[in-house]
Ligand binder design. Structure first.
Ligand SMILES: [Zn+2]
Length: 293
């Protein structure tokens, strides 16, 4: 098996020496003997059972936070309708490609840096990141405590008091990440909302974050924040019964349901770049071989 892997790798790369270590089912990989000139490929497998959420699987894996976020951003669905296996290729300790196998169907993606962000591309080099350029939620793990509801009635007065965002339950201090790049529009206090942040994403989209415990230094008014950048932490400032994030997505001035609002795709010209094609051609065959062996 190892011979086969080495042969494959040699065929598709010009780097002279390789160390190939294979780890199965999240066994720890050891890169201690890989020096700078050596490129070591390894893979890990995650088993996702029918009905199980990807978040749950990731949480119980040994992947780093960054790796978990990258995997969560893959273009395949987050919940498994049937059991599936997620194979991940690592070049030294860096995640490079992913292969999702469910029965007879397989989906494969490689990671490339595009506009400064790690982005998934398919075997043709086409950009496929799911949340991609605009992640659905700014938290790593989701527990919705109150949905968007324009007709919600106040529990005491019975009057219609619309809930114009989504409440995401999270522990005090949970990191909040910018779902897309943008300029900080507001950073400070807003009455019942407490410590509040607003980001203008430039394409008519504004996101709002309320009841924060604090805003990160790099996210003051006028500053540009990148997609995936840590911007604030969950809290219970303002009028809040407990720590949670009140999250709003405002499109051309209208508050939309964050769970269902159409999110903007990648900027124009994002289709197949040479680099993306090269990454797909390079990494996907290696992962294919490793995961089939
Ligand atoms: Zn709310």
């Amino acid at each position: 098996m190892i011979e086969l892997i080495v042969k494959t790798i040699k065929k598709i790369s010009t780097i002279v020496s390789f160390l190939v270590s294979v780890s199965v089912l999240c066994a720890c990989t050891n890169f201690a003997h890989a020096d700078k000139q050596n490129v070591s490929f390894s893979y890990k497998v995650l088993d996702q059972h029918k009905g199980e959420s990807l978040d749950k699987v990731l949480k119980s894996s040994d992947l780093t936070n960054i790796q978990q976020r990258l995997v969560a951003d893959m273009p395949a669905s987050k919940s498994a309708r049937t059991d599936r296996k997620i194979y991940m290729l690592f070049e030294n300790s860096y995640l490079r490609a992913i292969r999702v196998v469910r029965g007879e169907s397989t989906a494969e993606y490689a990671l490339v840096k595009y506009h400064g962000q790690w982005t998934w591309v398919d075997e043709k080099g086409q950009i496929r990141s799911s949340g991609g350029f605009f992640a659905r939620y700014p938290l790593r793990f989701l527990r919705v405590s109150s949905r968007f509801n324009p007709r919600r009635r106040h529990p005491v007065s019975g009057r219609v008091r619309p809930h114009t965002g989504m409440d995401l339950k999270a522990r005090y201090g949970t990191p909040i990440y910018a779902p897309s790049g943008g300029v900080v529009k507001f950073s400070g206090r807003q009455r019942g909302y407490g410590i509040t942040l607003e980001i203008d994403h430039k394409n008519g989209y504004v996101t709002k974050y309320a009841h924060l415990s604090r805003i990160i230094k790099g996210a003051t008014k006028g500053r540009y924040v990148k997609r995936g950048q840590l911007i604030a932490k969950v809290g219970s400032s303002g009028v809040a019964t407990g720590p949670h994030l009140h999250y709003e997505v405002i499109v051309n001035g209208v508050k939309r349901n964050p769970a269902t609002v159409r999110l903007p795709g990648p900027p124009k010209g994002a289709a197949s770049t040479k680099e993306a094609q090269e990454a797909a051609d390079h990494y996907l065959p290696i992962l294919r071989k490793l995961s089939q062996s």
